[in-house]
Design a protein around this ligand. Structure first.
Ligand code: FAD
Length: 435
């Protein structure tokens, strides 16, 4: 059952470790894990940061990948936590259902989606927590705890967005979203200044999903494309997914230039923006709308040896421009740029360390290089000065002081300790923030 893995890493490829790896095959094997001194359960290692890393033992749930129950009429489904969304999608879409929330990659496990309380591009109720009917959790007392909004409520809300620290998620029961076609109608709109950006991103219309890719921002202007979409009613059962394609040498070379060279990146963004805006109304398949980054399944290779990191936080509406100006001034001064900047309107309430707040969520990707230290300092001071809420499930840089400024940090820590008293379940993340 045990083997010493070769270097184990996260999606950002920024921490390499050599833990023992174990993939239990049944509940009895899984229960034995609880006797171990230190471990973390992982899904499909698609977290950019350090939430699924433990230097002693990582437990894979990949053998727990069955659908336990599916009410095809009501769209209620109970799924084992190791099943990947990519394997679930064809099954539920064929029956006219869709995940109520999906992150920007389909190569995630159901357990990972719950533990990170993932959000998507939904314009309304944009967190998986709203759609979870029940979780079966293997607690550290070796008992299976059934929890929901009505039963063991506290454990339920600690587990959704609890970064795997409350126990081992065995199954999750979800309420799916009804769809009539595997296609979506997409609308692409270009924006070139703040006024246009606000007007486009605040106008939800009757779109179910919305996201903006920013190609350039300064004090005067913000440029990019907004993609909004809704499920189509067109009857077409021809389900098309990207083929699992690796990036290959030529694309790797071009992509490396995009993330390394500011000017090349600007040119590519400019060309892409001007090419794409002519497809302003288009019928798209699911991959094009939700998973464009899955086009190359190993795109995280394109950063250098030290990998990359992503930081995502919520900016209140009235501070959006001010904070963006602060960031662009810093970038200009330090000659730093982010090749991928994504903004979504965001309006979510939540407890504990949930990614919640009202305004715009913004994310930046950065290659890890000599600028890592100053970027860390800069973002920590920005977060502190403006009391910004960070997405901890992707985080790598927020310091302990900033995290403990969260009003519910102490309560989260206290409640987790009740379920995980010896901190057997721990990760680089939980150690970094002393949870
Ligand atoms: C291209 C790309 C786009 C993305 N877009 C988004 C996005 O739009 N929105 C968003 O929210 N996230 C996004 N993410 C992040 C990703 O969706 C989440 O990090 C997701 O949780 C990863 O799932 P995973 O199965 O790989 O889990 P892992 O990364 O392996 O683990 C994540 C957490 O879940 C815990 N965990 C996993 N399984 C279990 C279990 N059975 N029991 C207990 N704990 C468990 C782990 O301990 C860890 O804390 C994106 C990632 C990529 C690579």
């Amino acid at each position: 059952m045990f083997f010493k893995s070769r270097a184990f890493t996260n999606w950002g490829k920024n921490i390499y470790i050599n833990p023992k790896k174990i993939s239990p095959k049944n509940y009895n094997e899984l229960k034995k894990i609880i006797n171990k001194k230190s471990f973390i359960v992982h899904g499909n290692q698609r977290s950019y940061g350090d939430v699924a890393l433990n230097k002693d033992l990582v437990v894979s749930m990949k053998n727990f990948n069955k659908i336990k129950f599916f009410d095809e009429k009501k769209g209620i489904i109970e799924i084992e936590s190791g099943l990947l969304l990519s394997d679930l999608l064809p099954i539920i879409i064929a029956k006219g259902w869709f995940p109520p929330i999906t992150p920007g990659t389909k190569y995630v496990s159901l357990g990972g989606m719950i533990a990170n309380n993932v959000h998507g591009k939904n314009t309304y109720k944009n967190q998986i927590k709203y759609y979870v009917k029940e979780i079966k959790l293997l607690g550290l007392n070796k008992k299976i705890i059934k929890c929901s909004n009505k039963r063991n409520k506290k454990i339920f809300y600690l587990t959704i967005g609890g970064f795997g620290l409350t126990g081992i998620i065995l199954t999750v029961t979800l309420k799916l979203k009804k769809i009539y076609s595997p296609y979506l109608n997409q609308k692409v709109i270009e924006f070139n200044n703040y006024k246009q950006f606000y007007s486009i991103s605040n106008n939800k219309g009757n779109h179910e999903y919305s996201v903006s890719w920013i190609s350039n921002f300064t004090k005067e202007k913000i440029q990019g494309l907004n993609y909004s979409s809704k499920h189509s009613k067109i009857k077409n059962n021809n389900l098309v997914f990207f083929r699992n394609k690796k990036i290959g040498l030529i694309n790797l070379f071009i992509s490396k230039l995009i993330v390394k060279n500011h000017y090349f990146s600007r040119i590519i963004h400019f060309i892409y923006r001007n090419y794409k805006k002519y497809f302003y109304n288009k019928l798209c398949n699911i991959d094009e709308i939700f998973y464009p980054q899955d086009y190359f399944i190993d795109w995280n290779k394109l950063y250098e040896r030290k990998g990359f990191f992503q930081i995502q936080f919520i900016i209140p509406k009235n501070k959006f421009r001010k904070i963006l100006v602060e960031i662009s001034t810093f970038f200009e001064k330090e000659k730093i740029f982010s090749p991928f900047v994504v903004v979504k309107r965001y309006d979510e309430k939540g407890k504990y360390l949930n990614f919640c707040g009202s305004g715009y969520s913004i994310s930046f990707d950065f290659e890890i290089n000599k600028n890592f230290k100053i970027l860390k300092l800069f973002f920590n001071s920005l977060i502190k000065n403006y009391k910004l809420r960070v997405n901890f499930s992707k985080d790598l840089v927020v310091n302990k002081t900033n995290a403990s400024n969260y009003s519910e940090f102490k309560i989260f820590k206290k409640e987790i300790l009740l379920l995980n008293p010896q901190k057997k379940i721990n990760s680089f993340f939980s150690k970094r923030l002393e949870i």
